[in-house]
Write a new protein. Structure first.
Length: 320
């Protein structure tokens, strides 16, 4: 049996589908803007329908829209014909996805959709199709299928998926959607933790903060570092933090043969150190540590020290 070149086949598919996505920017027009305005200004739901592969794409688009601030649900046309039309209200906009534009399950309920909805919109590969002609806003995109038989939906579904992402991002940006907004709909899992966990939720505070006065011997400061197990101690002049001393500072002292039993901490402390606010996101603390190649941050609230957070705290909380 002749050995088939699977890699070349895959590369050819990637190229065809990449071209399909690139062609989208040349195919969308003012109808795309009209669709965005209609969705953004509407008080009702944005309902997506599709059958087969288009239905799977529709479900993903609906999920992406909902998670980025645009209320959306997916209804299967067959289920709609058997009762789910009751979910649709007169203020809702329906978005129909069909590459051919001639999907029977959708065409059969078009009269009902005309009666029940505020507006019918569609995404098809043929603007002269039955579904496109029945739409108030008809978006048309054409794609050459990667399938050599021109049968299996490949490039067309890839393009439809990319179109859905473009729609979601355009709406997100137009509304000024923020990380905080995103977090409200993603409270669970690692993503949710990244978006809602603040530094104050993970920091060491109160008696857990390693701290010594400026006139503390270096040897005594090392005991404080060891006891609190954070690899750092704050150096305070009365109530104000004037420096820090870390494991890295200790290595430098040992390399310079500094006597830890006679040297005061103020003589070897790091005076310029990086801080972070207690209400900052924990993921931002991680970003600061990584960029500056450090493992701890001093946490401040206004001008007052309230804690210390370490890279280990972030890893333990599964922020990283």
């Amino acid at each position: 049996m002749k050995k088939f070149n699977y890699i070349n086949s895959a590369k050819k598919t990637f190229k065809i589908e990449a071209e399909a996505i690139n062609n989208l920017s040349r195919q969308i027009d003012k109808d795309f803007a009209s669709l965005c305005d209609s969705i953004r200004l509407n008080d009702g739901k944005f309902i997506i329908m599709g059958v087969g592969k288009s239905g799977h794409i529709g479900q993903k688009i609906s999920a992406t829209l909902s998670s980025t601030g645009t209320g959306s649900i997916f209804i299967h046309p067959t289920e709609a014909a058997h009762g789910d039309l009751g979910l649709i209200e007169k203020k809702d906009i329906v978005f129909l996805i069909s590459n051919s534009g001639e999907t029977d399950e959708i065409i059969n309920i078009l009269p009902s959709l005309k009666r029940l909805t505020k507006k019918i919109t569609s995404l098809t590969g043929n603007k002269k199709s039955t579904i496109a002609k029945a739409s108030d806003i008809a978006i048309g995109i054409k794609s050459q299928e990667a399938c050599p038989l021109d049968l299996a939906p490949t490039s067309s579904t890839t393009a439809a998926l990319a179109f859905g992402d473009a729609l979601a991002i355009a709406l997100l940006e137009s509304k000024g959607f923020t990380k905080k907004d995103f977090a409200s709909s993603h409270p669970a899992g690692k993503l949710g933790k990244k978006l809602i966990t603040q530094v104050k939720h993970l920091m060491h505070a109160g008696d857990d903060i390693p701290k010594v006065s400026i006139n503390t011997l270096l040897s005594d400061a090392l005991i404080e570092i060891t006891d609190k197990s954070l690899g750092i101690t704050l150096v305070k002049d009365r109530s104000k933090v004037v420096g820090i001393f870390t494991d890295g500072d200790l290595r430098r002292c040992l390399n310079q043969k500094i006597d830890i039993n006679t040297t005061l901490i103020k003589e070897v402390m790091t005076k310029k150190f990086i801080t972070i606010g207690d209400e900052a996101l924990a993921i931002d603390a991680a970003d600061i540590m990584e960029k500056n190649k450090i493992f701890t941050l001093v946490v401040m609230k206004k001008d007052k020290n309230v804690g210390v957070i370490s890279m280990h705290d972030l890893i333990q909380a599964r922020i990283l």
